[in-house]
Design a protein around this ligand. Structure first.
Ligand SMILES: Nc1nc2c(ncn2[C@@H]2O[C@H](COP(=O)(O)OP(=O)(O)OP(=O)(O)O)[C@@H](O)[C@H]2O)c(=O)[nH]1
Ligand SMILES: [Mg+2]
Length: 320
């Protein structure tokens, strides 16, 4: 027992030192729910809190992964260490390819100050999983200056990413068709920074104008003293990426100076707690060794013997 405590301790120390294989092992332990991982994550969580967490979201194919690669290059040029969690889009909406990303980000895998990890998307209740947010906490505790979280902006993830990050960057691209209007409408209010990627395309200016008009109409060009920038990038050759890093730094300074940082971190903590409570409650309710039988409860509701709300409360009480 002493030995496993020792090795658990040294794993945490190696993670803290930014040791790449140890970070990888720690995240694998999280993914597989290994013994003692809850305590390890708890310790790492207490040790973290210094990283800037930046969410990158947007419709499939907008160029998020390519932009991420250029963004990391620019951050490294400014001596920042970087962690990346790419939420593996198993959704049918996305053409996201891990293999493609690996080739695209290939050079980054050789830099010991960059750590990249793809993780499966969605828990039982949708959105970012506990494993994903725990992995962010690991990279934070590992001393990464910036942790980037890439998600495909369709549905619940869009809202979730805001509740897990200090700054949210929404990436769109020109010529994505009418449905991009709906996507934009859904993600308009979550962006701290808008990026129109593929600015090398001739129709990029129109997209930028449209986006600015939409923001203006929604009265959201500026919130809490922060003027939401609409930036143009060509992720493939890095054009506009230094302006994006400047904007990220300005936003961070704004959060600190305005006191909004505290508010965001409160939102992040509250959301994490709520998500965990939901997951734990559901796990317990569905575990027949703990509470009343879930399948029996389902039958009672199906046969209308008892009302869903009553049954749900009974299950919750029986599970504690
Ligand atoms: N012309 C042009 N093409 C780009 C640019 N950035 C990315 N692309 C291309 O757009 C395609 C999609 O790029 P990705 O980076 O995989 O896009 P993504 O948003 O990560 O895609 P998903 O992960 O599938 O949602 C690729 O073929 C890229 O080479 C750009 O600035 N200009
Ligand atoms: Mg991608």
């Amino acid at each position: 027992v002493t030995r496993s405590v020792d090795s658990a301790q040294s794993l945490i120390e190696r993670v803290r030192a930014g040791h790449v294989p140890s970070i990888a092992r720690m995240i694998s332990r999280i993914e597989s729910g290994s013994d003692g991982v809850v305590e390890q994550v708890a310790e790492l969580y207490r040790l973290g809190g210094d990283a800037r967490i930046v969410g990158i979201t947007g419709p499939p194919g907008a160029g998020k992964s390519t932009l991420l690669t250029s963004l990391v290059r620019e951050l490294r040029a400014r001596n920042k260490t970087v962690g990346i969690i790419a939420i593996d889009p198993s959704s049918p909406f996305s053409g996201g390819s891990i293999l493609g990303d690996r080739i695209r980000m290939g050079e980054l895998y050789h830099d010991p100050d960059v750590y990249i990890r793809s993780m499966a998307t969605r828990g039982a209740l949708g959105g970012l999983t506990r494993a994903t947010t725990d992995a962010v906490a690991v990279l934070d505790a590992a001393g990464k200056d910036v942790v980037l979280v890439e998600t495909v902006g369709v549905g619940q993830d869009e809202v979730d990413i805001v509740r897990a990050c200090h700054t949210t960057v929404v990436v769109s691209a020109p010529g994505m068709g009418d449905d991009v209007q709906a996507v934009k409408a859904g993600i308009l209010e979550i962006a701290d920074i808008h990026v129109v990627n593929k600015a090398d395309r001739p129709d990029a200016n129109r997209t930028i104008r449209e986006l600015k008009t939409m923001l203006k109409d929604a009265g959201e060009l500026s919130t809490g003293g922060w003027k939401i920038p609409v930036l143009a990038t060509v992720a493939e050759d890095g054009k506009g990426v230094d302006e994006l890093v400047d904007a990220l730094e300005r936003h961070y300074d704004h959060l600190v100076a305005s006191g909004e940082m505290e508010e965001r971190e409160r939102t992040m903590a509250a959301h994490r707690l709520k998500t965990i409570i939901q997951n734990v409650a559901l796990d317990r309710i569905e575990d027949p060794s703990i509470g009343p039988d879930f399948d029996d409860a389902v039958e009672d509701v199906r046969l209308r013997k008892r009302a869903p709300f009553t049954v749900a409360l009974d299950l919750l009480e029986g599970s504690v």
